[in-house]
Write a protein that binds this ligand. Structure first.
Ligand code: AMP
Length: 542
């Protein structure tokens, strides 16, 4: 017997309709490429998104057609999030930090029909223009007065002209919830990137789960500033969650340095933010150097790479900002787990609490996970056994756009390529990316553990641990360190700091100091590049 309840499609447009009705006066503040701070409300967002939906239809964009964006976090980008997906087309966010050839390849693979971009990216768009064969319309996200006097892009359209040309008299279509809503390519550190195609249903379910108290804990009392870019995995879903709960939104635009972010946190009374550890490193350095604090910020979500206990300690003890350590992937929309302490953890000493918080946490309701050994056998949840992490759930990709790479699933589970442990309470901890694991004497050394400890060493700004070839042990760990500005650091201090905190055979054989560690388009350390740089490195004799 079926239940007798209504069946309504889960649609992205309904998030905006809800926000307009219930939180119409809530503010959206954006630092613009024009140089000023723009302010308006959810009510105006909804009206302009409807006008934009009509505008893109007038450009000939139909259901399922891809509309690409090359833009910072800002209100016009947000309008496109709703106008494009809400009208049945597919929003394709492009990462401007990718190599122009890779961008051209992605646009061609996606067959984007329209490209909308921020002024900052005009030189980039001019450069890749010859590769954009599928693109019929190119739109600059600005008003008429900011249109370039001259540029090499023929028939460049002005975003505000498109908005002005249409009324807001538009009803969002009642789409099938399984239709594609947005597209994001994986960063593709090796080989071509693969497209992950989200649906309205997967996006709305991800939004419900991510807003919950034991996830990102968002509400209409919050002011949220997503540092995490809207051009990669939909800014971790925050543009949707903000509408669902009616939180005030502050967009930082192109200015992501510590000083600009801190100024915005304070002036707009931001309560919650989200970003990768490298961004927070810059912010903490600025705040520390200038003796500042956070007067309204209550919590920050940190993910994308492991957040070290040293960073968690700084935020929580020095600045009273709670860290929500989160793990996810492009293929997971992206949130899979969030680390929140349970009441029983409050009894633990601070150091033990930090050890729990260094874990990536428990899965959100809607995501299942398991770890398996090299033969695919499931491993126990004992916090010790480590193996490849597999996931399944309502917002996990089941295949890639155009079937790229074949069927990725193993018995219905998505193999993440991450190696992790899971403890008896279900807290997952990533020990490594499978391809970054250091294999020494037939055993595995988890590089993240070593990096986490090294990051707590006074004077260390960033640390990466990689395996380098060794005649006897196959590979041995080498620690690559970026010192804090002005710090006088030697090998002996770093190795001395590690001593006693990790197993002896895990201790790096050597430490090298560098000015910078190469970062990828999403702010992750590019360990394959580091391995390449140090491939001929000779470890000192033991
Ligand atoms: P992307 O698809 O570009 O978002 O990258 C996903 C990958 O980032 C994951 O498979 C992990 O290897 C890594 N990652 C994400 N969050 C974390 C985290 N909190 N700790 C460690 N690695 C992470």
């Amino acid at each position: 017997m079926n239940g007798l309840m209504m069946q309504q499609p889960l649609l992205i447009s309904s998030l905006l309709v809800h926000a307009e009705r219930h939180h119409g006066a809530q503010e959206i503040v954006s630092r613009r490429t024009e140089g000023d701070l723009h302010r308006y409300t959810f009510r105006e967002l909804a009206r302009r998104a409807r006008r934009m939906a009509k505008a893109i239809q007038a450009l000939g964009v139909g259901q399922g057609d891809r509309v690409a964006t090359l833009a910072w976090n800002g209100y016009r980008h947000l309008e496109l999030y709703y106008a494009v997906s809400g009208s049945g087309a597919v929003l394709h966010t492009l990462n401007p930090r990718l190599h122009p050839d890779q961008l051209g390849w992605i646009v061609a693979n996606a067959e984007d029909r329209v490209l909308c971009f921020d002024q900052t990216f005009l030189p980039l768009v001019e450069k890749v223009a010859p590769l954009l064969k599928s693109v019929q319309h190119v739109v600059l996200l600005c008003d008429r007065t900011h249109m370039p006097a001259r540029c090499s892009i023929p028939n460049l359209l002005c975003y505000e002209d498109l908005i002005d040309a249409h009324s807001d008299d538009y009803a969002w279509p009642q789409l099938d919830e399984n239709l594609a809503s947005s597209l994001c390519y994986t960063s593709g550190t090796t080989g071509n990137p693969k497209g992950v195609l989200y649906s309205h249903r997967s996006t709305v379910l991800h939004t419900y789960a991510s807003a919950l108290p034991d996830a990102l804990n968002l509400s209409s009392r919050d002011t949220v500033l997503p540092v995490v870019p809207m051009f990669h995995v939909n800014a971790w879903g925050l543009p949707y969650a903000a509408c669902m709960v009616g939180a005030k939104v502050v967009f930082p635009g192109a200015q992501l340095d510590g000083a600009s972010l801190h100024e915005l946190f304070e002036s707009e009374r931001v309560t919650v933010s989200a970003g990768v550890p490298t961004v927070w490193q810059g912010l903490l350095t600025h705040v520390e150097a200038h003796g500042l604090n956070f007067s309204t910020m209550r919590r920050t979500v940190i993910g994308g790479s492991a957040c070290s206990p040293a960073m968690i300690r700084s935020f929580e003890e020095q600045y009273r900002v709670q860290v929500l350590h989160a793990w996810g992937m492009t293929e997971l929309s992206p949130l899979g787990t969030v680390c929140i302490l349970q009441p029983k953890h409050a009894e633990l000493p601070v150091d033990a609490q930090l050890q729990v918080q260094a874990k990536q946490g428990q899965s959100l309701f809607g995501i299942d996970m398991k770890i398996v050994d090299a033969h695919g056998q499931e491993l126990p949840w004992d916090g010790q056994a480590s193996g490849e992490l597999l996931v399944r759930g309502h917002w996990v990709a089941q295949s890639y756009f155009r079937g790229e790479g074949g069927d990725p699933l193993v018995d219905g589970w998505f193999p993440t390529g991450d190696v992790s442990t899971i403890d008896a309470d279900g807290y997952m901890q990533i020990t490594d990316r499978a391809k970054d694991v250091i294999k020494s004497g037939g055993e595995w050394i988890g590089s993240i553990d070593i990096e986490n400890i090294a990051m707590a060493c006074p004077g260390v700004a960033m640390a990466a641990c990689i395996g380098v070839k060794h005649p006897k042990w196959d590979e041995r760990p080498l620690l690559v360190v970026v010192p804090k500005p002005g710090a006088q650091l030697g090998k002996a201090e770093v190795l001395g700091f590690l001593s006693g905190k990790i197993a002896k055979w895990w201790t790096p054989d050597d430490v090298v100091f560098v000015d910078a560690i190469p970062l990828g388009a999403t702010g992750k350390m590019l360990k394959h590049k580091l391995r390449e740089s140090f491939k001929d490195y000779l470890m000192p004799a033991a």
